[in-house]
Ligand binder design. Structure first.
Ligand code: FPP
Length: 209
């Protein structure tokens, strides 16, 4: 892909990857195939952001509400996350080249054991890469994150202030998103980065992810 040059870039972009189901339906395919195509787009956009020089991107891959989807669709998505990470050495080589640090934000509890192990491995092996941080929001909910952060402060006996809460979020060491892009045409936040998006600009596009 051609890399454009911009004078000013957002430091952090959040992506709500919506419209996979509709895309699949339009092609006469099953919803799961929409997610398979979506995973390819996720990879391409992450690499494009890295090449542009964006510091941080967050992709909304699976919300706490997504567990209520049909079991076949949930399993298909978990398999996609596993497949992406299991690509092992090839993936790590690509990440190294782009200095792409992988981070998973969200509740770990409830994720399949195999996925958990791969997540820890990927985070560990990319932790010192320093060009772009790619956050994958998995089993993530913005309200749950705020509650989690508040509980962390209570446990540590720290006062509940904006600064302390920001530091207790999954994104503690990252800038807040300057820009949130949602595909699929719906004007809503869907429990994504609720705390961090206080000052974000939003772009909603009808294009399906
Ligand atoms: C919403 O579209 C999309 C999801 C619930 C899944 C997003 C996940 C991916 C694109 C895969 C990412 C892959 C990796 C490896 C991180 P929808 O199905 O709700 O679309 P619809 O509104 O058209 O039904």
């Amino acid at each position: 892909m051609e890399i454009k040059k911009f004078e000013v870039l957002p430091r952090h972009i959040g992506f709500i990857m919506d419209g996979n189901g509709r895309w699949a339906k339009n092609q006469g395919l099953k919803r799961g195939e929409g997610h398979i195509a979506g995973a390819k787009v996720f990879k391409k956009i992450g690499e494009y952001c890295a090449d542009l020089g964006i510091e941080c991107v967050t992709f909304y891959a699976f919300s706490t509400e997504n567990w209520s989807r049909p079991q076949e669709e949930v399993n298909g998505l978990m398999d996609l996350f596993i497949e992406y990470l299991i690509d092992g050495d090839a993936r790590l080589e690509e990440n190294k080249e782009r200095q792409m640090k992988l981070k998973f934000i969200g509740e770990r509890e409830g994720l399949p054991e195999e996925l958990l192990e791969l997540i820890e491995k990927a985070e560990n092996e990319t932790k010192d890469y320093n060009k772009i941080t790619v956050n994958i929001a998995l089993n993530y909910g913005g309200r749950a994150e705020i509650v989690h952060a508040a509980n962390t402060l209570v446990e540590k006996g720290l006062p509940i202030t904006e600064e302390n809460l920001s530091r207790a979020m999954y994104t503690a060491d990252m800038p807040d998103p300057d820009l949130i892009i949602r595909t699929g045409g719906d004007f809503r936040i869907s429990n994504f980065l609720l705390w961090q998006s206080a000052y974000s600009e939003f772009v909603i596009t009808d294009t399906l992810w």
